[in-house]
Every structure is written in C-alpha cells, then in structure tokens.
Design a protein around this ligand. Structure first.
Ligand code: ADP
Ligand code: MG
Length: 420
C-alpha cells in the first residue's frame, strides 16, 4: 500500500482473471497500420509480464486516439503485435470490447495468458465527448455497459495507466467501485515519483518551465510557488515571453503578435500578478534570440529590436540556468526553452538539457516535446525520471486530486468477490 493505494505486492493473482487498464496510446501511421512510436507500450511491459508470470489471466483494456479530433482514433490490433514482441510471448487480440465475443474469449483464457481488447473508446461510454457532457460519478460509471459486462468475469482490477489518470471514464474509474483494485508497477513508479516532488522534494527544487502550452504552465506555476514546492522557476519559451511582456520589457512585435493570435493575452495580466507575488523566485531571460536570414541573432533583453520574433533564450540566460540546475537537488522540467526543432533556435534547449544530464540532482521530465528534445540530444538515459503522462502530470502538479487516484483509493477498500 502506498499513498492509500494497493500495489501489486498486495495482490495475489495466481489463477485469477485480472482486468488491467494500460495507456498504450501512440501515434499511428494509418496508411501502413503501424505505430510510429512504442515508448508507452514498453513502459507497461513490466506490469503485464509480472501478472502473466504470476499466473493471472490478463485482460488488457486500452484506448487509442481521441474521439474528439478523430485523428489517431484506431484499433489496438497493432499494439498486440508489438506487445507480443516485447514480452516474447503471445498476446491475443479480439475486435470487440465487452460484447459476447470478448466475454467468451475472456472465459477461455488460461493462467498466464494475455488478451488485449479492442479500443475501449469504440464503446460510447468511454468517449471523451461522453465524459465531458455527462460527467458520470464513479458510482454511475460502475453501472455502464463496459463495467457491468466485464467486471463479473474478473477477480481484480489493475490500473497501470498513469498517463490517463486525469480522465474520468469507466475503464479508469468504474471498475474500482466493484472490484478490489491495485496500481500497476508503472503507475506506482510515476505516481510515487511525482508525489515525492510535490510533497518533499530535496532542495533546492527548481522548476524549468518553457514551451507553448501556456494554460498548463500557469496553473502549475501558481500551485508550486504558492505551496512552496518550487524554490526557483526558470522560464523559457512562450512562458518567458509572456512574463517579459507583463513587465513591460521588449520581446519583439512578432512575439507579441503570436501571443495575442494564440489568445494568450489574458495570461499577461496573470503573469503580472504572479510576478508581483512570487517575483523573487521567478527567473526571466536576460537575453533573447531570434532568426534572421537563417542566422541566429541575440541581444540583451532591454535592447531587443522591435521587428523580431523571439524564438530562444540567449547564451547568458542559458549559462545562468545551467548553474541553477547544477546546484539543484530536484529539477522538474516541462517545455523546451525555444523552437528547438530548428537549428538556429535550439541552443537554449540544448544547453539546458545538457545541464539536466550533468546535474547531480534528481531530474523529472514530462511533456511530449520535452521528451522529443531529450531523444534528439540522446540524453534519455541521463534523466532521473521521464514521465509518460503529460496531461496527468500537469494536472497532478496543479494540486488537483486525479480521478483515477481517487478511484484507486476507493478500490483499495473493495473486497474480492466470493463466488464466480
Ligand atoms: P511539451 O510538449 O514538452 O509539454 P509544449 O507543447 O508546451 O511542450 O511546447 C513545445 C513547443 O513550444 C515546441 O514545438 C516549441 O517549438 C515551441 N516553442 C518553444 N519556445 C517557443 C517560442 N519562444 N515561441 C514559439 N514557440 C515556442
Ligand atoms: Mg507539446
């Protein structure tokens, strides 16, 4: 039991049917039907292997893609093949989620066998649209088709989908109402790591916040500053540009237009308030970079020309951030320092990421683009912890209790069904 949730150490799974929710949502190439990345599938292998090794009949539930954008919305068939390869054992798959075919397949599973069901979001109750419109309570989620059809076939529920822990859907929060529930190894690792950062980080604790997802950054920043989690926040990317604008410093007309066009204008006011309250702990760039004729140009902030778009922090800022990171004991990172995808504007991100690799402090990194930067600079092995869950991680750091965490705490109290 950790943080009020049971772990696999508390479970006895031999001969039992275990419903295991994983997050193996990956970018898909629809033309070839293959996955463009498999990092999330790799991450949940330890839990699946452990359950199977211990003689459980493992039934995997997973989603693929968003039903709102319909992009990437796809079957889980290719995932079963990848899982088979990674586990070096057969992973069965069925083109059904909770209908008679799926239920028959579950009933015929033998100890140690693994079955992946099709995309749970093919069931209406699992759709994001359904989640946002109807807002079912966890008790109501336990009465959905998905839960009422599958739970009677199972003894236990395991959730290993920390990346989806901010979602409030039956496959994630409904089973905990009726089955004894546990977090899987990946969930345990991610949840305990980020809980540690939030509750008792080794100090100094430095947050590096950059990138372009302004709403996330501001929510998170407010919480970690107000609660005293962050001793220092190093800003980069658009986050820094918004603060500089709020303080009346020049960032170039192009940057300002970009902020207003992206409807981030309201954050200028928020930045003013945050800076007034916590300015002593918020670091802003002292120099910025822009690109002209494919050449990188830099200047100290007060002299930034009006006709540019700032796309990176400058050399002096990168050096200052490097020192702060090297002397930190905990570093949390979300969002690159600049448009690192292009060579002339990658310097700041590259330098800061190298400092993350060099520091003795414990580094926790999350966010799709931040992970891409880590891979680009071949520093994956040098980071303390890379979190698979972008949205869940951010929501956690805003101080909200995640719906799946609440459900799993409830599920820790549910006892095993006596009769099957
Ligand atoms: P993550 O995916 O790590 O959470 P975000 O999605 O918030 O990060 O931001 C990443 C994106 O932000 C990258 O595509 C990067 O090019 C962009 N970006 C970084 N700095 C700037 C900037 N100054 N102006 C515009 N875009 C930026
Ligand atoms: Mg991103």
């Amino acid at each position: 039991m950790r943080f009020g949730i049971k772990t696999l150490d508390d479970a006895s799974v031999q001969g039992k049917t275990v419903l295991c929710r994983v997050d193996i949502n990956q970018p898909v190439d629809r033309v070839s039907g293959t996955l463009k990345s498999i990092n999330r599938i790799q991450a949940c292998v330890p839990t699946i292997r452990e359950l199977s090794d211990k003689g459980a009949k493992v039934v995997l539930l997973a989603h693929q893609g968003s039903d709102i954008e319909y992009k990437n919305y796809y079957t889980t068939k290719p995932h079963a093949a990848v899982l088979s390869r990674l586990l070096e054992r057969e992973v069965r798959w069925i083109d059904d989620v909770c209908g008679p075919a799926a239920r028959d397949r579950i009933r015929t599973l033998k100890d140690g066998q693994i079955l992946l069901l099709d995309n749970v979001r093919f069931v209406a109750e699992e759709q994001t649209l359904f989640e946002m419109k109807l807002r079912l309570s966890h008790e109501q989620q336990a009465q959905t088709q998905l839960v009422t059809k599958l739970a009677p076939l199972a003894d236990l529920y395991v959730c290993d989908a920390f990346a989806a822990a901010h979602r409030d859907q039956p496959s994630l929060c409904g089973f905990e109402q009726v089955l004894p529930s546990y977090m899987g190894r990946l969930f345990e690792k991610e949840f305990c790591t980020v809980s540690q950062v939030m509750e008792a980080p080794d100090r100094p604790c430095v947050f590096v916040l950059g990138g372009a997802k302004i709403s996330d950054a501001f929510l998170m920043m407010n919480t970690v500053l107000a609660r005293g989690v962050a001793d220092q926040v190093l800003t980069g990317g658009l986050v820094a540009n918004i603060f500089l604008t709020a303080l009346g410093r020049p960032i170039g007309q192009g940057s300002l237009d970009f902020i207003l066009k992206s409807n981030y204008g309201e954050y200028i006011e928020r930045a003013k308030e945050l800076y007034a309250q916590f300015g002593r702990r918020i670091c802003l760039p002292e120099d910025l970079a822009w690109v002209k004729d494919n050449q990188r140009c830099e200047s100290p902030v007060p002299q930034v020309p009006d006709d540019i778009t700032a796309v990176d922090i400058g050399h002096r800022t990168a050096e200052r951030y490097r020192e702060a990171i090297l002397s930190a004991k905990t570093v949390f990172v979300n969002g690159p320092m600049g448009v690192f995808e292009q060579e002339p504007s990658e310097y700041g991100t590259r330098q800061v990421w190298q400092a993350l690799a060099d520091t003795q402090g414990f580094t926790v990194l999350g966010g799709g683009d931040s992970i891409t930067a880590t891979e680009k600079y071949k520093l994956t092995d040098k980071m303390g912890y890379i979190c698979t869950g972008g949205g869940a991680l951010i929501r956690f750091l805003t101080g909200e209790e995640l719906p799946v965490v609440r459900a799993l705490r409830h599920g820790a109290e549910v006892s095993e069904p006596k009769m099957r």
